[in-house]
Design a binder for this molecule. Structure first.
Ligand code: PMP
Length: 295
């Protein structure tokens, strides 16, 4: 495995970062999780754009242009000769001293890891999953905008612990008004009377790349979509519900907090969008020129 570290491709064992890096000391940095499908890096430009927006908000200067970052990413995929993979792109504040002052960090650290993806079992897609609502609320926008995909995931991790304690894969996270925001590492959608709805980003959610792809697919099919406000009452009484995320893709939800969603089976719109997404994922992205051997 070759890791991109500050401009060089190095073996995994040599890909080491300083213990003084503020990414390690304070979770000061940003990241992306990206999929490669059949040598196609899904919506790479969009992921890179989101990374730079996250960095802008935390005033983190990335020492590469967006185009250079795209090149570095495809170069790392090609070097690892992987047709299907999960890419973790991390930009941390870089090494500094023990104080939090980011000005002490002279150069950001850039890491690109191309790993094997751990897929969810197919039964999750066939039968759907159940969720619980976390007691921990999503960090409010006025404290740290959830659109920033930062290295500090403790808020989500606390909610994930609640999901796991309840025997669930994911937890619904509410914002500080008690309205639905998203899940710990996925966005959430529901269908009611033929309308596809998801919380608008001002409710405190990451602008998911999969979320945007699903909205595009729905609009292409002339389905009515709404980025809106929803409470648990709306989710409990939905006709369909599903999650979206880079790792999850589209996972049907059949129960929330002990309430069955509709008939307890993945709904028709969910199935249509899942099939459409599986078709889209191999063509909507950046094709990587692989070394001859893996073509
Ligand atoms: N919300 C959160 C908090 C996330 O971490 C993620 C990414 N796993 C998502 C939503 C889904 O975003 P994407 O579709 O870009 O993976």
């Amino acid at each position: 495995m070759l890791i991109y570290l500050d401009g060089n491709l190095v073996p995994k064992e040599e890909a080491l970062v300083s213990v003084f890096d503020h990414g390690f000391l304070y979770g000061d940095g940003v990241f992306e999780g990206i999929r490669v499908y059949e040598g196609n890096v899904f919506r790479l430009q969009e992921h890179i754009a989101r990374l730079y927006e996250s960095a802008k908000t935390i005033a983190l200067e990335i020492p590469l242009t967006q185009e250079e970052m795209i090149q570095a990413t495809t170069r790392t995929v090609a070097a690892n000769e992987k047709q299907d993979a999960y890419i973790r792109l991390v930009v941390s504040r870089g090494p500094g001293d023990l104080g939090i002052d980011p000005a002490k960090c002279k150069q950001a650290t850039v890491v690109i890891i191309v790993a094997t993806i751990a897929l969810y079992p197919e039964e999750h897609y066939q039968n759907g999953v159940k969720l619980v609502t976390a007691s921990v609320r999503r960090i409010p926008m006025e404290s740290l905008d959830p659109r920033v995909k930062s290295l500090n995931y403790l808020n989500n991790i606390l909610a994930k612990l609640e999901a796991k304690n309840a025997g669930c894969l994911e937890a619904v996270m509410l914002n500080h008004h008690g309205l639905v925001a998203e899940c710990t590492a996925d966005n959430i959608f529901m269908v009611k009377n033929g309308v596809l709805k998801t919380p608008d980003l001002m409710q405190g959610a990451l602008a998911g790349i999969t979320r945007a792809a699903v909205l595009d697919l729905a609009r292409e099919r002339s389905l009515e979509t709404q980025e809106t406000v929803m409470a648990l009452h709306d989710l409990y009484n939905a006709d369909e519900c599903f999650l979206t995320g880079t790792g999850a893709e589209i996972v049907p939800v059949v129960g929330i907090d002990g309430r069955q969603i509709h008939d307890g089976k993945p709904g028709p719109m969910t199935k249509t969008l899942l099939a459409a997404f599986r078709e889209l994922r191999v063509r909507d992205g950046v094709k990587v020129a692989m070394p001859q051997a893996v073509r």
